[in-house]
Design a protein around this ligand. Structure first.
Ligand code: SF4
Ligand code: ZN
Length: 740
């Protein structure tokens, strides 16, 4: 490392450790040693300290230990003229800096000074666990390659906006912190009317450099939560991040000692830094995969104007980190990229919506003969987006006809399911649901920029050809807003959906000799493998057996592989030799048995993106199910996120299991333990969402009123309340065989 940078980093570390020591001493007297210290909504304490050392900071006095550690990591500040051949001193100083920064933020929380409020704007502070996991899924399946920590302020507001948009179109989450010359990129974005927050994939941490530590806390928690790394195993955490989390820092404006010190902390994780000013380049030495520090003085970047320079700067960041971005160039007037997935269009910004409550909108993909499809043809029938009043709720039919020599009817739903990702990737377009419960909301800015119905067609054609070129040769799209026509067509579509349902509903585990695997989540949870049988969807809810089979045919080397059942071991628990063998070979030999119908004996593992978690309540002789959307407390004494930290990461935990929500309606749902009659508590939103299906399941189980005997979070959040509720309702689980 250049001696200049190493000297600055070590000097910066000394400064921030002293600041932390001073704050700690003050806090001991003003707040007292027992005053609680915690970041909001996390079970990982102060996450960098916890993940590096295993030390749980819960009150002021707990800060003493990491503070000592930080101090002990500090080398003397080297002479400016001394040649430093090794990174060691600076890297240790970097770790000390992160500890000190977390200690400072911890004390600020204890004092009620965090998250920061500045000029009337409330910063986000650290990312909470729920959000961390939600983004984890997108990182797992490759939609979102990583994150960019943008530190400082850009040359102009225009450049700031361009940089953020470019990062988003490359699928990067954008974290914002620090200042340069008294300006912060957060100010620049706010002045330019850019919405910041989780919804838009931009997280303003704080206006000082210290808040940058929240980015490393996020990376550390991801390693523990998805990589099955134990707290304290800092080597594995750093390795995990180096190889699996594609993050980097983009430093805008002049550097100072603290920025260098924090940067040295990030280099420990293998995260390189790109600076838009003149700084010494630090070339690869093995800690990061690529360069550690790259200088790209903004005004020297070749380009016609600043916007083009901004684009190249981001391009360079992506190269330095070795990120492969696979987004299609789509010819539409708004930005397009995975970062816009999950973007929310709020009522104030709504220009028009299709479907949703009381509305009518559906999407249908149909296979046609080659000569019945005119490739690239996009037809719009009825009025266009800009011709309706503001915030109108309008019916819409999206009909996509595809043809291809290798296309099959079974692939239709697999391709149709992709519409959600495809359309959501457009800036200002929010897409939810599928089939005839599709709901699309369009931001007024998108329509102002010229986005129209035909652009749905552009997106769908380009992305289908791009991602499924091996089976799709031609695509044509028809978009209809004319109400009478939509009304007629939606009935035809429903008949087709129904046929598809019947096909999977009619399929049983016994009727097939092959199940399918899904290994998509191994990029984040290396020992996790899903086995998907006809009567059980994948735990993320996104893949059923037919989809996996189709996906295998589309891409035989892909993530869905056939799992021959082999000899039956136990019919009640759903255990087969072939499944066990497959699981052993594909879990890095971590798991040697899987039962498909039991939660108590070798249940399936959980990666991190399950729709629900089920857990035993021994006192009630049954199980409870909490859904991912339920943030409340449950009778197990844990909320969803806490349970996830026990169940996730590819571990096998008898009595605890992640699963897809529709699995609850399956005949095979924990049939070894007695099925639905064992469920004593369920998140309210699940009960409501699946009401019709669940009623049918309860009736089939011989207890039509069972659903009312199952408690939920609106009345029951503790075991005592639960037991009283079950007694009063006469829940069948109380009289069943002991579950343990
Ligand atoms: Fe991940 Fe399993 Fe869903 Fe595949 S089926 S994406 S492995 S959770
Ligand atoms: Zn997963």
């Amino acid at each position: 490392m250049s001696r200049f940078i190493a000297t600055s980093a070590i000097r910066g570390a000394h400064g921030v450790v002293e600041q932390a020591e001073k704050l700690y001493k003050e806090a001991l007297t003003t707040l007292g040693p027992d005053k609680p210290v915690a970041f909001p909504n996390t079970t990982y304490f102060l996450p960098v300290i916890y993940t590096f050392t295993g030390h749980k900071v819960q009150k002021i006095a707990d800060l003493e230990k990491p503070l000592h550690l930080a101090r002990s990591l500090l080398a003397p500040i080297p002479d400016e003229h001394l040649w430093l051949p090794y990174l060691g001193g600076a890297l240790d100083a970097g770790a000390a800096t992160l500890f000190a920064e977390e200690i400072i933020e911890g004390i600020r929380f204890a004092k009620g000074e965090q998250p920061e409020v500045r000029n009337g704007f409330k910063y986000n502070g650290p990312i909470d666990d729920v959000q961390m996991r939600a983004w984890g899924i997108q990182m797992v399946d490759g939609r979102m390659p990583g994150f960019a920590a943008v530190v400082g302020a850009a040359k102009s507001n225009e450049v700031a906006v361009k940089i953020v948009r470019e990062l988003q179109s490359k699928g990067q989450l954008v974290f914002l912190s620090s200042m340069s010359n008294g300006r912060s990129i957060v100010d620049q974005l706010l002045e330019s009317g850019v919405d910041l927050g989780y919804d838009t994939f931009t997280v303003p941490f704080g206006s000082d450099t210290i808040s940058t530590v929240y980015a490393l806390g996020y990376a550390s928690r991801a390693a523990i939560s998805f990589g099955n790394v134990a707290p304290g195993d800092f080597r594995k955490i750093l390795l995990y991040n180096k190889f699996r989390c594609f993050a980097f820092a983009l430093a805008l404006g002049p550097m100072d000692d603290l920025k260098w010190a924090t940067g040295a902390g990030a280099i420990n994780y293998g995260f390189p830094a790109v600076c838009d000013t003149i700084v010494p380049n630090v070339l690869p030495t093995g800690v990061t995969k690529y360069e550690h520090v790259v200088s790209m003085p903004f005004d020297d970047i070749p380009g016609r104007d600043d916007l083009e320079r901004a684009e190249r700067l981001v391009q360079r960041c992506i190269e330095v980190r070795g990120i492969k971005v696979k987004t299609a160039k789509v010819n539409i007037p708004v930005a397009f990229g995975p970062a816009f997935e999950g973007e929310v269009v709020r009522r104030d910004n709504l220009r028009i919506e299709f479907g949703g409550k009381g509305g009518m909108c559906f999407e249908l993909l149909r296979m046609k003969d080659l000569d019945a499809v005119e490739d690239g043809k996009i037809t719009v029938i009825g009025k266009d987006m800009d011709e309706f009043p503001v915030a109108a709720k309008v019916p819409l039919a999206i009909l996509v006809d595809v043809a291809g020599r290798k296309m099959q009817k079974d692939f239709e739903p697999v391709l149709e399911r992709q519409f959600h990702h495809f359309l959501n990737n457009a800036e200002g377009i929010q897409h939810q649901g599928q089939r005839d419960i599709t709901w699309i909301r369009i931001h007024k800015n998108a329509v102002d920029k010229g986005f129209r119905l035909k652009h749905f067609g552009e997106i769908l054609r380009t992305t289908l050809m791009n991602d499924f070129g091996s089976i799709v040769d031609k695509v044509q799209v028809i978009l209809i807003t004319e109400p009478e026509q939509v009304k007629k067509l939606i009935e035809e579509a429903r008949a087709i959906y129904n046929e598809r349902n019947i096909r999977i509903a009619g399929l049983t585990d016994d009727a097939v000799d092959t199940f399918y695997s899904c290994s998509l989540c191994q990029s984040f949870a290396p020992n996790h493998i899903c086995v998907i049988n006809p009567e059980r969807v994948g735990l993320c809810g996104a893949y059923n057996w037919l989809d996996c089979r189709a996906s295998y045919e589309i891409k035989p080397s892909g993530p869905n592989q056939p799992v021959p059942k082999g000899a039956l071991v136990d019919a009640t628990k759903g255990e087969w030799e072939g499944v066990n063998k497959f699981v052993y070979e594909h879990s890095n030999m971590a798991i040697n048995r899987f039962t498909l119908y039991s939660i108590m004996d070798s249940p399936m593992t959980t990666c991190g993106c399950c729709e629900c978690i089920m857990v035993i309540i021994p006192e009630a002789n049954g199980f409870m199910i909490v859904s991912r959307d339920d943030y409340g407390m449950t009778p197990s004494g844990m909320a969803f996120t806490t349970m996830m930290s026990t169940a996730g990461g590819g571990m096998q935990t008898p009595g605890m299991m992640g699963h897809g929500k529709y699995f609850i309606t399956s005949k095979r749902f924990i049939s070894a333990e007695g099925g639905i009659k064992r469920i004593v508590w369920m998140s309210k939103n699940l009960k409501e969402e699946l009401a019709d299906e669940l009623k049918e399941v309860c009736t089939n189980a011989g207890d039509p009123d069972l659903l009312d005997k199952i408690a939920d979070g609106s009345t029951v959040t503790t075991v005592d309340q639960l037991l009283a509720f079950l007694q009063e309702k006469g829940h069948p689980a109380l009289a069943m065989d002991p579950v343990m």
